[in-house]
Ligand binder design. Structure first.
Ligand code: ATP
Ligand code: MG
Length: 215
């Protein structure tokens, strides 16, 4: 039952797909495709490496507590988590997008900020949004959502949203415009600090192989 190899936490979708070339460089090939299989523990060609499939926002938690030795998580997710117990050796430059403020076309965000109005902002990224508006001295009421933030301004739940954008297609489709970029986002490798010491001989070559691809 006990597994004494290394466990890598990944989320399905873009992070999994963008990680495959990194795994290949480390000589690791998953045996199953998480999009097709319902298995949450996925073996690889290497008996000493397995993958666990988790919700993107749960990756730092699995690694923090050592249930996974390492994982790949977006900067957005890491900021919300706080990063406790995590060593973050590499920006993998995958799953790139940006965190931004968006409003409905026709909402004069600059004027609202200028006159010191309280702005209602819907977001899944409470910490990032709080820090951003506090640093600008903008008064906001934050409304926590878990997804589909674009809907909130359309039905009067909020004046603005803080969300991730890549192509801008979803914003355009919902008559929203980006008014502020908060930060560029990409995914990082996170490693459990105890694992790094205890399983150094297994982990370091994987970290090095990933680093070789990123350069
Ligand atoms: P879910 O979609 O299951 O609610 P999630 O949005 O947290 O969860 P993904 O959509 O798989 O999970 O996103 C994972 C990571 O990929 C995010 O944390 C972010 O860093 C990055 N990401 C999110 N949206 C985009 C995007 N449109 N383009 C590129 N990268 C993105
Ligand atoms: Mg998503």
């Amino acid at each position: 039952m006990a597994f004494d190899g290394i466990t890598l936490a990944l989320s399905k979708g873009r992070i999994f797909e963008d990680t495959l070339p990194l795994l290949a460089a480390a000589g690791i090939t998953p045996i199953d495709d998480p999009e097709k299989s319902r298995k949450l523990i996925i073996d690889t060609n290497r008996p000493d490496v397995r993958l666990v499939i988790v919700r993107a926002s749960d990756t730092p938690t699995y690694v923090q507590y050592g249930a996974a030795d390492l994982g790949i998580a977006g900067k957005d997710v890491l900021i919300e988590h706080g990063g406790a117990g995590l060593y973050q050796p590499l920006d993998l430059k995958i799953a790139r997008c940006r965190m931004c403020v968006a409003v409905p076309k026709g909402f004069d965000y600059a004027a609202a900020v200028q006159r010191g109005a309280r702005i209602r902002v819907a977001t899944k990224y409470m910490q990032t949004a709080r820090d951003h508006f506090a640093s600008k001295g903008v008064h906001v009421d934050l409304i926590k959502l878990y997804g589909s933030m674009e809907l909130a301004p359309l039905v009067g739940l909020a004046d603005a949203i803080v969300d991730l954008v890549s192509s801008g297609g979803t914003l355009r489709a919902n008559n929203l415009v980006e008014v502020e970029e908060i930060m560029a986002i990409s995914s990082r490798l996170v490693v459990n600090q105890a694992s790094l010491k205890m399983k150094h001989a297994l982990l370091q070559p994987v970290i090095d192989a990933f680093a070789g691809v990123v350069k």
